[in-house]
Ligand binder design. Structure first.
Ligand SMILES: Cc1cc2nc3c(=O)[nH]c(=O)nc-3n(C[C@H](O)[C@H](O)[C@H](O)COP(=O)(O)O)c2cc1C
Length: 153
């Protein structure tokens, strides 16, 4: 399958997970490509977010969305992007977030739910979700488990 891994990543954490996932999907025989969502400035306090990179997700058979947690919520850059995404048909979609804090209930769960809800509202079938807690000693384990689960999309 052609799989789009569409991410927002400001400091590279989410990107590094996406790269491991791309490698795992390739081992399963998929053609996976990472594309980045970006906005002008990307300051957390920005009220009006102007997206300057808006990947086209229509060309993919399945999608993975990844983003950081900002202020206990999904990064506003990814939120704005998902608002613009056209109907997803019944495409399989996986969603993940990365966050600094060590526990998923400190914003990670909430953010990944926001993402999944926005995708479901566009018709997607959610195949998997995940939270990576960057300051947790379980981080590498979490990444390994996420890539293993998501590569069965
Ligand atoms: C503006 C801003 C707000 C953040 N708020 C949170 C937060 O509420 N909870 C948390 O665990 N991490 C928070 N973080 C940390 C990021 O979620 C974390 O470092 C993430 O892995 C960054 O991903 P990236 O490197 O792909 O941009 C915040 C970071 C920024 C820049």
């Amino acid at each position: 399958m052609n799989i789009g891994i569409i991410i927002h990543s400001q400091t590279g954490n989410t990107l590094s997970v996406a790269e491991k996932l791309r490698a795992a999907l390739a081992l399963e025989g998929h053609n996976a490509k990472i594309e980045r969502v970006a906005a002008e400035g990307e300051k957390p306090q920005d009220k009006d977010i102007k997206l300057i990179s808006i990947p086209d997700c229509e060309k993919y058979d399945a999608l993975v969305f990844g983003a950081p947690v900002w202020a206990f919520s999904l990064s506003p850059v990814m939120r704005e992007y998902l608002k613009l995404v056209p109907a997803l048909g019944a495409k399989k979609v996986c969603c993940f977030v990365t966050q600094h804090f060590g526990k998923p209930w400190l914003g990670g769960n909430r953010s990944v739910k926001q993402m999944s809800k926005m995708c479901s509202q566009k018709g997607a079938s959610i195949s998997g979700t995940g939270v990576i807690n960057w300051s947790s000693k379980e981080k590498e384990n979490q990444i390994a488990q996420l890539t293993s689960r998501f590569s069965q999309i």
